[in-house]
Write a protein that binds this ligand. Structure first.
Ligand code: MRU
Length: 343
């Protein structure tokens, strides 16, 4: 599979996810503005992938700061960090990755600027490498939850495309499939941006994992018909009390799962866990433009022009609906998130 995000000789190369599945186009970002607009325009999306891209964006921006004076260099890099941090508010991996990049500058203040620039690139590449390792570890730790012959329901895209590779929720599915289990995945299309239909269905088909696409409103009926053994989704931010922010519609899936006694799992790396946010009500929820709801791909209108639109990109699933959170350290119940991941 084509990598989601790559650092190529001082240029960030992204697989443009807004064009999938129709076109496999690579987008080259040569400055911070291009990275900022790629994140805002969902050309790269998914919490871990946003973090990796922002880290590379800091490294890219720092290379264009032609200053030999370290305090001035630091000030300019911090401004780049602020610009990237303002792209999307919900996925905490963005802020986590930027904090790591700021740490590199802080810890190397006694080095020449050229050395700090080189270390920023190394850190961004380390974040990318670690993300793949973490996803594979999550897959290994969570695969036992999926039994041979299971039908899994997922929402949005928490796959290789949403990470540096392998995926979180789909990483668990992938690991179970690699163990030789027969796994079939029902994918919610995920209105309004259709990450399920466009990305998850495509990614699973590319991997030869059986997949059936349904609209979001079909999930309840499919559960009622006994077709789902478990649900697994990703996360954009997990609060200290175990509440989970993820793609809009996740909450509805969790409530339906509970009503049908179906286990509901969240797969997320520790970089998605934010113990400084006490509960889901404190998680900032991004609101996106109305045209995502009123049109298909910004083109064909499916609503009357001028209609009022509310378009929150994420919702919060309260901890009580979550059976367990699969992390690279293993399965944790939501009530144990704060004690397991403090500090
Ligand atoms: O708006 P998006 O496409 O960035 O939203 C993505 C999701 O909500 C994913 O489920 C989440 O980031 C987990 S990705 C491993």
């Amino acid at each position: 599979m084509i990598p989601t995000v790559e650092w190529k000789e001082g240029v960030i190369r992204l697989l443009d996810q807004s064009q999938l599945p129709g076109h496999t186009e690579l987008l080259e970002c040569k400055d911070v503005e291009a990275v900022t607009s790629a994140i805002q325009g969902l050309k790269v999306r998914g919490a871990p992938a946003i973090g990796v891209t922002a880290a590379m964006g800091v490294a890219l921006g720092a290379q264009s700061v032609f200053e030999t004076d370290v305090p001035t260099f630091e000030q300019k890099v911090l401004a780049i960090c602020d610009q990237l941090a303002a792209t999307r508010p919900t996925a905490v991996n963005l802020f986590w990755a930027i904090a790591r990049m700021k740490g590199v500058v802080r810890k190397n203040r006694d080095c020449p600027v050229s050395e700090i620039q080189a270390r920023l690139v190394q850190e961004a590449l380390a974040i990318q490498r670690e993300d793949i390792v973490t996803c594979k570890a999550m897959g290994q730790k969570g695969a036992y939850l999926i039994k041979d012959g299971h039908n899994v329901l997922t929402h949005c895209n928490a796959g290789a495309l949403a990470t540096a590779g392998y995926g979180t929720a789909l990483g668990v599915v992938r690991a179970a499939s690699e163990q030789g289990k027969k796994v079939h995945v029902f994918v919610n299309e995920t209105r309004p941006v259709l990450q399920g239909a466009r990305l998850t269905a495509w990614e699973l088909m590319e991997d030869g994992i059986p997949v059936t696409l349904i609209t979001d409103s079909m999930a309840g009926a499919v559960m009622q018909q006994g077709k789902i053994d478990l649900c697994v989704v990703g996360a954009d931010r997990i609060a200290a009390n175990g509440d989970v922010a993820n793609k809009i519609g996740t909450y509805a899936v969790a409530v339906l799962a509970k009503a049908h006694h179906i286990p509901f799992y969240v797969a997320a790396p520790s970089s998605t866990i934010d113990v400084s946010t006490p509960s889901g009500s404190a998680i900032p929820i991004e609101e996106r433009p109305g045209h995502e709801v009123t049109t298909i791909n910004g083109e064909a209108w499916i609503a009357p022009k001028g209609v009022a639109v509310f378009n929150p990109a994420f919702d919060v699933t309260p901890a009580e609906y979550i059976t367990g959170i699969i992390t690279e350290r293993g399965l944790v119940t939501p009530d144990r998130i704060a004690e397991t991941f403090k500090g």
